[in-house]
Design a protein. Structure first.
Length: 146
């Protein structure tokens, strides 16, 4: 056996592992994966009919921070969702937690910053966009005529 074979094998295994991690991270950003879960069907169908359907779920639902923070947040929330989906204890109607509302609100401002600059009521503060606009992307089923 060659002396460098374990090192080369380790490097190749590490590269394959990293490729799988990166591929999994990007695959898990696909909206199809998000709405594949039973509890997300209504949320996904209303998103598909919204003006924001061109954006992936993660663009609104992950914190607008560095990649490491996004990965850890995504892992934590993904495992939480997977657990509750598996044991089937999600409520019939989903509601965003305060931290989820804060993250989504920051992402609203990130995309709509130029509009927010013209709204004097929010100058210098972080607005709670969901107070008035919570049905913009995920409308209630009754709002869409079903």
């Amino acid at each position: 056996m060659l002396k460098g074979a374990p090192l080369v094998t380790g490097i190749i295994a590490g590269m394959v592992f990293m490729a799988l991690l990166i591929g999994g991270y990007h695959l898990s950003a696909e909206p199809g994966l998000c709405i594949a879960c039973h509890s997300m069907h209504d949320v996904g169908s209303t998103w598909q009919m919204s003006n924001h359907k061109q954006f992936e779920c993660v663009e609104c639902h992950l914190p607008p921070s560095n990649t490491v923070a996004k990965v850890f947040y995504k892992m934590r929330i993904g495992l939480h969702d997977l657990w509750h989906e598996t044991i089937r204890d999600y409520p019939a109607s989903l509601a965003a937690s305060q931290s989820a509302r804060t993250i989504a609100g920051r992402n609203c401002v990130r995309c709509h910053h130029s509009t927010m600059e013209r709204v004097s009521a929010f100058s210098g503060t972080q607005p709670d966009c969901m107070k008035c606009h919570r049905r913009i992307v995920h409308r209630a089923r009754k709002d869409i005529g079903e």
